[in-house]
Ligand binder design. Structure first.
Ligand code: ARG
Length: 572
């Protein structure tokens, strides 16, 4: 099956080449939705001046030369209105129904490294990490589905000077008590207690500093304690991942500590090659094009004047590893928008060093902040910080309360509540463009109307119930598909765009486009269902065709939601 927009675009391009010469075959035909046809091509207007002709004349030349499975009309100043034939649409929809991939292309496989989630062990995992986790996991699912070799990298903040005091605090508390607190997600109070002692107790402060030295030297006893601390912390992260249905596992952990032994070498190499220079005692790269307020070159500092390494050093070692060892063709960093300058300087420095070759794509998927109803960062409520796991549990409880059918036993209700609650939270993260902020609001994300996760889950449950009521099974073959009513055309056109949208989401790292597509699909189905009775259709032919369209819609919705990491309960 083929994407209708693509078929029309190629048709217009061939017409342009035939009318004006082969150099116009690559022209963007500017296909847009139209009020008067399925689509319109606006290229006649933009080409007219270059061709030295009137737009309507250009439009006429396109119409005279075009060969598409449908009809052409010229309107207004030079719009080319394009309408696909009912028969073509029906045949394409039938092909999509017969296709396991529902029209999603398999791309030439590349190795795609996706850096996401990456909470810090020394601090609490917060909703910001929730969003990078949810968006990253959707991107991973889309890349894998498009046929790529995906390597997940969870770049945990698991190294650095705070670990001296964190380990000493663990010894003070006793291992078992410390582990219990960390596993319960109490990373923040743990950190604060350690910090308070560090600031007020000179003996503790001294022990903590000494511990940093033995940690840097990877002394076995210190490493044992570090592992106890990290394992307990990771167990908490895993609880959050499991709850969310995120695909990250322990095998994907590649935290900052992993690069520790590469840092000196990174600095030495860049210094000896003259790519990094000493400036005020620190070793810095000055990537071209980065300047401060007074026009002075901005440093990307890889070794502080006291000899310590930092976030920049680790990330340079990391990007080199991902390209040289993991053989990445593309690296996607799903990280907060506030780290944008760091990443731009990282990419520029790595290009300068020759570690990031031109043919490898490095992209920062900037994640916007999640805000509370007060418009401030959503981190705390009534003065105390919100634990992520508790937040997710609250989503489930609230979801269970909005379930439509109320005759569920407790276990079923909890199961559906889980799917709907997680769907709501995840969809809220995914449905707005990843770089914009949004306000975390349970009532809005759990609403059964509007562009929400529960609305789309409910749309699938409604289609399933049509089949149930008629004694049909959506998995069984239905059809043939016949397109007659305008609502059937609109639904078929929307269905056929699925593959192109998934490819675009993969290309542009834009899950919100898949959300918008699925929302439009659910709306097109609603209009179809209001206008075209399925079970009570006038003829068996119509019923079969509409059952096939309903089954196809269900499959596309379920597949689309799955690519977003959203589970679909059979009933709601
Ligand atoms: N741990 C960092 C944070 O919480 C995110 C790390 C992202 N990945 C990276 N390669 N820098 O802000």
């Amino acid at each position: 099956m083929t994407d209708p927009q693509l078929v029309l675009a190629e048709g217009v391009q061939r017409a342009l080449a035939a009318a004006f010469g082969p150099e116009y075959a690559a022209e963007d035909p500017l296909i847009r939705p139209s009020q008067f046809a399925d689509y319109q091509a606006n290229v006649a207007m933009s080409l007219a001046r270059r061709l030295g002709r009137a737009p309507r004349e250009v439009a006429q030349a396109i119409a005279d030369n075009i060969d598409i499975p449908g009809t052409v009309e010229i309107s207004g100043p030079g719009f080319v209105n394009l309408t696909l034939s009912d028969g073509w649409l029906a045949a394409q929809a039938a092909e999509q129904l017969a296709d396991d991939r529902l029209g999603v292309p398999v791309e030439t496989p590349a190795t795609v490294v996706v850096d996401y989630s990456a909470p810090n062990a020394a601090k609490e995992m917060h909703v910001g990490h929730l969003r990078t986790t949810v968006v990253g996991d959707a991107l991973v699912r889309v890349q894998a589905h498009l046929g790529h070799r995906v390597i997940r990298q969870n770049h945990l903040g698991d190294w650095g000077t705070p670990f001296g005091m964190l380990i000493e605090h663990l010894l003070d508390m006793g291992e078992a008590a410390a582990v219990a607190q960390l596993e319960a997600g109490e990373g923040n109070p743990y950190y604060q207690a350690a910090r308070a002692k560090f600031d007020s107790d000179p003996a503790f402060n001294e022990r903590a500093r000494a511990r940093v030295v033995t940690l840097q030297a990877e002394d076995p006893e210190t490493m044992r304690l570090w592992h106890i601390f990290m394992n307990a912390t990771i167990r908490y992260f895993n609880k959050v991942y499991t709850e969310l249905g995120v695909t990250l596992t322990d095998d994907d952990i590649a935290g900052e500590s992993m690069y520790n032994h590469m840092l000196a070498q990174v600095c030495d190499e860049l210094e000896s090659r003259g790519i990094a220079v000493i400036s005020d005692g620190a070793l810095c790269v000055f990537p071209p094009g980065f300047t401060g307020r007074e026009g002075q070159p901005l440093p990307f500092m890889i070794r502080k004047s006291d000899g310590g390494y930092g976030y920049a050093t680790t990330d340079l070692a990391t990007i080199r590893y991902r390209i040289q060892d993991l053989k990445a063709d593309r690296i996607i960093y799903v990280i907060g928008v506030t780290q944008s300058l760091h990443l731009q300087m990282l990419f520029a420095s790595a290009r300068l060093a020759g570690w990031l070759p031109d043919e490898v794509r490095a992209e920062h998927v900037q994640i916007g902040s999640v805000l509370g109803s007060d418009g401030k960062m959503f981190k705390t409520r009534a003065g105390k910080s919100i634990k992520l796991l508790e937040l997710l549990e609250e989503a489930e409880t609230r979801a269970a309360a909005v379930l439509v059918d109320r005759d569920y036993d407790e276990a079923t209700r909890a199961e559906i509540g889980h799917a709907v609650g997680m769907g709501a939270v995840k969809y809220a993260d995914l449905s707005v463009s990843h770089d914009s902020e949004y306000v975390f609001d349970f009532d809005r994300m759990l609403a059964l109307t509007g562009n929400t996760g529960p609305y789309l889950q409910y749309a699938t449950a409604r289609i399933r119930s049509i089949f149930r009521r008629g004694g049909f099974d959506p998995a069984e073959p239905h059809g043939p598909i016949v397109i007659g009513h305008p609502a059937e055309r609109a639904l078929a056109l929307q269905l056929l765009g699925f593959g192109a949208v998934v490819a675009e989401v993969g290309e542009a790292n834009a899950p919100h486009k898949l959300c918008a597509y699925l929302f439009d699909l659910a709306s097109a189905f609603t209009t179809f269902y209001e206008n075209c009775p399925v079970l009570k259709a006038d003829s068996e032919e119509d019923r079969q065709s509409r059952l096939a369209l309903a089954a196809l819609t269900l499959r596309v919705l379920v597949q689309g939601l799955d690519l977003l990491g959203i589970e679909v309960p059979e009933r709601m």
